[in-house]
Design a protein around this ligand. Structure first.
Ligand code: HEC
Length: 213
């Protein structure tokens, strides 16, 4: 058996399978067994809560209609819905949420993504994405104002000439200053992305890097 080609390939195939299973399944489980998965409520940090309050100030009528108080539970509900809308609208066809450790990506998008950032209920399943028609969004929070996002979702070309991103008028009740529940949720989800990092907003550093290039 060991002298035949079939035997060698058979053993190699099984060997590689076992190796892949150990390195890609068992080792990560073992490495992260001490790192409990956070709930959505637990990932509502002070920054995202303040963005949530900012939405209430900007769009009081709309906000009160759908969320009422600025608290952790309402914010968590908005984040859950925002993520569902992100999935439902297929945003992940064009946007990744993973800064890779190659091609100096950190100079463009911010710090390379780390495992612990995905260890919570809002990242199940992860939205890594494979295509980048648009920029990576994993550090998008705090990079733009919520009113910018509202106008951009309403009609991307208003703020970004020639943008190929589709418009999402169904996030609004008529005009960009009247986001509906889905619109508000989408904006807060975007503002949450990266809000967990120490350095935030990190884009001042990015701009400095870009000037250097
Ligand atoms: C057809 C591809 C496509 C789809 C689908 C798409 N986008 Fe985009 N998006 C882009 C491109 C390209 C840009 C860069 C140009 C611009 O700013 O509009 C962009 C820009 C953005 C930006 C601004 C990033 C920045 O700071 O410059 C955000 C936020 C964003 N998209 C979120 C979303 C969300 C949320 C969805 C789903 C509701 C979505 N996109 C769907 C292509 C897409």
């Amino acid at each position: 058996m060991f002298e035949s080609k079939a035997g060698i390939f058979g053993i190699a195939g099984l060997g590689f399978f076992a190796f892949a299973f150990i390195s890609n399944a068992l080792v990560p489980i073992w490495m992260y067994k001490e790192l409990p998965e956070q709930t959505v409520e637990e990932v509502v940090n002070a920054r995202v809560l303040s963005s949530f309050g900012d939405l209430k100030q900007r769009y009081p009528e709309q906000f009160d209609k759908y969320f009422d108080a600025v608290d952790v539970d309402n914010c968590a509900e908005a984040l859950r819905l925002g993520r569902q809308v992100y999935i439902g609208e297929g945003c992940w066809h064009c946007h990744s949420q993973f800064v890779r450790p190659v091609s100096n990506e950190s100079r463009r998008f911010g710090p390379v993504s780390e495992t612990w950032e995905y260890q919570n209920a809002l990242q199940r399943p992860v939205m890594f994405g494979t295509r980048r028609v648009g920029p990576d969004l994993s550090r998008e929070g705090g990079r733009r104002g919520s009113d910018w996002h509202a106008v951009h979702f309403f009609e991307p070309k208003i703020v970004s000439t020639d943008s190929p991103m589709p418009s999402y008028p169904w996030f609004f009740e008529g005009s960009p200053d009247k986001p509906n529940k889905r619109g508000l949720a989408m904006i807060i989800y975007i503002q949450w992305l990266g809000s967990w990092l120490d350095e935030y907003p990190y884009y001042e550093q990015l701009e400095a890097d870009q000037e250097e290039l």
